[in-house]
Design a protein around this ligand. Structure first.
Ligand SMILES: Cc1cc2nc3c(=O)[nH]c(=O)nc-3n(C[C@H](O)[C@H](O)[C@H](O)COP(=O)(O)OP(=O)(O)OC[C@H]3O[C@@H](n4cnc5c(N)ncnc54)[C@H](O)[C@@H]3O)c2cc1C
Length: 427
């Protein structure tokens, strides 16, 4: 099977590269073994919330020089300030054009609300989700925090505390629908994804609107857990129209409805644009000759190889098994690329869970073009993007999605430029 580009891994980074490449006419396949980090998504993409020394970042675009002095291996530093800024701005446009509407810009972090009511900096927050422009004020006087009776993945009490600290009066209300009793019978099924099946039904819209209105008479905003709109993305705006006042979502504990919806949307967009998505298959190994990938093998296709001009490795970090830790080393299982990690295992993690964990910034080494490196030499047609990369700490620095999206756009650009150069040389 011959493609222009084979992408290994169908999470955020693999899908963004894939969409970009198929939009430009490439024949592209994504092989993805399973769920991605998007299934745990907070509803906000982070670009850069803190520098490695812990100082907080208000304007990510202005922080790249400081980042360069503290973390020379950081993916953003490899991109350089100008490219970082260009791609961060481009990313918002790219998402919007493929139907993912967000609030935020790359020159000013805003604040998202976590499931326990904390305010955390964010770059792009998905449309429909509650946010604040700063960490001291909300634009509301009184908020109704509306929950479903017996739903344990949303805790309005914590959110109420956070709102009250910011001078927003709150009231917590619960409601029930007869249809929910079937789902409620099994507590492990009483999750956002199953609730959404009921709330997404058009025939329930009027009843829901009445419940929302009745419970929020003197509030100027309604806050609701993210358990509506899995399949029907327009249902929230129709509900808001009927209620006649703003309704904002707050993420719940996993599974993340907004994450699953985003993953599905990206995947469907990729397929609709001509891409092939092989879900549930696993790339096991590859033939690499003279620092060039010639063939890629998957579990389901056995000895029938996938061949392509270029390959993108987008397999994620430890969480998705893009990186594996054994007792002595950290390795990348498909190509056995050179990895960056501390030699002494005791230095990999800090027993204090909340401290910076060194293992989080271990990953695959690349050159400045994001080519994977094997035995100290770059592989000319293998590009690496997203969470599998070395040099950044997504949790401490708050930059997971930013690295994934920006490096995805960057490697797609490298591949497309290569093709243009080749075409102009052969004319
Ligand atoms: C639990 C969790 C929650 C997060 N939440 C946020 C958030 O809210 N906001 C934010 O900015 N960042 C968040 N991050 C950071 C996150 O890393 C990035 O946002 C981003 O989603 C990572 O995307 P990725 O595509 O690089 O990797 P992943 O999402 O990990 O995707 C990698 C994919 O590759 C597949 N794969 C792996 N090996 C193979 C193989 N050999 N063959 C085929 N397929 C393979 C996996 O099955 C997976 O689908 C979170 C990270 C985690 C772990």
């Amino acid at each position: 099977m011959k493609f222009d580009t084979v992408i290994i891994g169908g999470g955020l980074t693999g899908l963004v590269s894939g969409i970009r490449l198929v939009q430009q006419g490439q024949k592209c396949v994504i092989v993805s073994s399973g769920q991605s980090a998007l299934h745990f998504f907070s509803g906000s993409f982070d670009l850069l919330n803190s520098l490695p020394d812990g100082s907080s970042v208000k304007n990510p675009e202005a922080a790249i020089e400081d980042l360069a002095s503290q973390a020379p291996e950081h993916p953003y530093v490899k991109l350089g300030k100008a490219k970082f800024t260009e791609l961060a701005r481009e990313a918002k446009k790219f998402l919007s054009e493929i139907g993912i509407k967000t609030h935020g810009t790359s020159d000013k972090n805003h604040y998202r609300i976590t499931p326990v009511g904390m305010l955390k900096p964010a770059w792009l927050t998905m449309s429909g989700f509650a946010f604040s422009e700063d960490h001291e004020t909300f634009p509301w006087k009184k908020a109704t925090l509306l929950n479903i009776e017996g739903f344990l993945d949303f805790h309005p009490e914590f959110i109420s505390e956070a709102f009250e600290k910011m001078n927003v009066e709150t009231e917590i209300k619960h409601f029930n629908l007869p249809e929910l009793s079937a789902v409620r019978k099994n507590p492990s099924e009483f999750r956002s994804t199953n609730l959404s099946i009921i709330f997404d039904k058009e025939e329930n819209l009027d009843t829901l609107a009445q419940i929302f209105s009745k419970n929020s008479k003197d509030s100027d905003v309604i806050i609701f857990p993210d358990c509506i709109g899995l399949k029907d993305t327009g249902i929230l705006s129709r509900l808001i129209e009927k209620v006649g006042k703003p309704v904002f979502l707050i993420p719940t504990f996993p599974p993340s409805l907004v994450g699953i919806r985003t993953q599905q949307h990206l995947k469907e967009y990729f397929i609709k644009s001509g891409g092939i998505y092989m879900l549930g298959d696993n790339v096991t190994h590859a033939d690499v000759e003279e620092h060039h990938v010639s063939k890629v093998y998957t579990h389901n296709h056995g000895d029938i190889p996938l061949m392509a001009d270029n390959v993108i490795l987008a397999t994620g970090s430890f969480f998705s098994q893009g990186l594996i830790a054994d007792t002595k080393k950290i390795y990348e299982p498909v190509f056995e690329l050179d990895t960056d990690y501390l030699p002494n295992r005791a230095d990999w993690y800090n027993p204090n869970f909340f401290e910076k964990q060194n293992y989080q910034q271990f990953g695959v080494k690349t050159n400045s073009n994001f080519n994977g490196i094997k035995d100290n030499k770059p592989i000319d047609n293998l590009f690496v993007s997203g969470a599998v990369l070395n040099g950044f700490n997504p949790l401490k620095e708050g930059n997971g999605a930013g690295v994934s999206i920006l490096t995805a756009l960057y490697v797609a650009e490298q591949i497309l430029n290569q093709k243009k150069t080749h075409e102009s040389n052969t004319q």
